[in-house]
Design a protein around this ligand. Structure first.
Ligand code: NDP
Ligand code: GDR
Length: 344
């Protein structure tokens, strides 16, 4: 039986990847960090928390000793390193923590693999946020990086370390530069799920206004389930490499809002501009969206759009879900879960 280790299994991607690998017959060791209350709602939502081939282990990315013991305990064939401080705006408030978890944490895994001299294959969760102030469009594996946040800088450190360990020690270390990917399991602090969960509340009559920051930001949004399959494919390739996963389409936050309300049969009228921009529901006349400068970032990544040609040609990977379908499935899931407390 093939064994995999997934860090960050309580997050969006960790949960979908665990489901994917369990369905393929893997034994999956999966890590979560200690907290005062359990955080397994995503595993429960996919009904895999008590799967007989899933072993949940405590681990913290900032503790190298714990990383060494984790590999001794699991001896995995494949490691998917997904755990990180992932929120870009938070990284401006907590740059040290972000650097320790998101930047240095992955180095601990690379060092542990090097020390063990095992054939373990390693996946590093790199990010389109590393492109930052973009130096070429669309972005591919050769586009220069210019990160615009402590998160982006930390990810870039881990990305280059992955390449350096690949080249220096002949480790099978792959890096996936993934563009934004979303799902009903996305955290509500990220803009897409913040939008779809607010749409559900507003159309169910709970009132409230959706307050957002930069409506002009453009993102290349795909479906998380497609992207975890891309991670798996990277570790089945003949040789370790770097791959972009994206949809090659970009959409503004404003248009994502419009699409999401549309998925709940609400049409919007946008008015004003800058911090005074807002949207009214055409059906009720109610003000449903406003700009709130509290959500502006000290430095913004304006536009991302990825070119996934290399992944398509080498791995046979392509995105299966367009943004309209993604919005619809997220809004429908949020409407359904309003009546079900366990499904946040
Ligand atoms: P999430 O924020 O949903 O999950 C992050 C995971 O990391 C959680 O399980 C979290 O645990 C865990 N974690 C955070 N800090 C620590 C720590 N100190 N020690 C151990 N675990 C920790 O992220 P996603 O699933 O969306 O993303 C997965 C990976 O892919 C991340 O590395 C992210 O940066 C990267 N990525 C994501 C993209 C996206 O669009 N989703 C795009 C590109 C890259 P807890 O639940 O306890 O907080
Ligand atoms: P991002 O995702 O920063 O791209 O990082 P996020 O959803 O947080 O923001 C996307 C864009 O929307 C703008 N925005 C807002 N963002 C949030 N969170 N909340 C708001 O109210 C809001 N209003 C406007 C942001 O300014 C930004 O431009 C995600 C994370 O998953 C990273 O871990 C990952 O590496 C990158 O995607 C690729």
């Amino acid at each position: 039986m093939r064994t995999a280790l997934i860090t960050g299994v309580t997050g969006q991607d960790g949960t979908y990847l665990a489901e994917n690998l369990l369905q393929r017959g893997y034994k999956v060791y999966a890590t979560y960090r200690r907290s005062s209350s359990e955080n397994f709602w995503r595993l429960e939502a996919l009904n895999i928390r008590n799967h007989s081939n899933l072993v949940l282990l405590q681990h913290d990315m900032t503790d190298f000793g714990s990383t060494l013991r984790l590999l001794d305990r699991s001896s995995p064939d494949e490691i998917y390193n997904l755990a990180a401080q992932t929120h870009v705006q938070v990284s401006f408030e907590q740059p040290f923590t972000t650097a320790q978890i998101t930047g240095l944490g992955p180095l601990g895994f690379l060092e542990a693999i090097r020390a063990r001299k095992a054939e373990t294959r390693y996946y590093q969760a790199s990010s389109a946020e590393m492109f930052g102030l973009v130096q070429g469009t669309p972005q591919n594996e050769t586009t220069p990086f210019y990160p615009r946040s402590p998160y982006g800088v930390s990810k870039l450190f881990a990305h280059w370390m992955t390449i350096n360990y690949r080249e220096s020690y002949d480790i099978f270390a792959a890096s996936g530069i993934l563009f934004n990917h979303e799902s009903p399991l996305r955290g509500t602090e990220f803009v897409t799920r913040k939008i779809t969960s607010s749409v559900a509340r507003i159309v169910r009559g709970s009132g409230g206004v959706l307050r957002l920051g930069n409506l002009n930001a453009m993102r290349d949004w795909g479906y998380a389930k497609d992207y975890v399959e891309g991670m798996r494919l990277m570790l089945q390739a003949d040789k370790p490499d770097t791959f972009v996963l994206a949809t090659n389409k970009t959409t503004s936050v404003r248009d994502f809002v419009t699409l999401s309300f549309r998925a709940a049969d609400v049409d919007l009228d946008w008015s004003g501009s800058g911090v005074d921009e807002f949207a009214l529901s055409r059906q009720t006349g109610q003000r449903v969206v406003e700009v709130d400068p509290a959500f502006f970032r000290p430095a913004e990544v304006d536009t991302l759009i990825g070119d996934f040609t290399k992944a398509r040609k080498t791995l046979g990977w392509f995105p299966s879900t367009d943004l309209h379908a993604l919005c619809t499935l997220m809004v429908e899931a949020d409407l359904r879960r309003l009546g079900n407390d366990s499904y946040r």
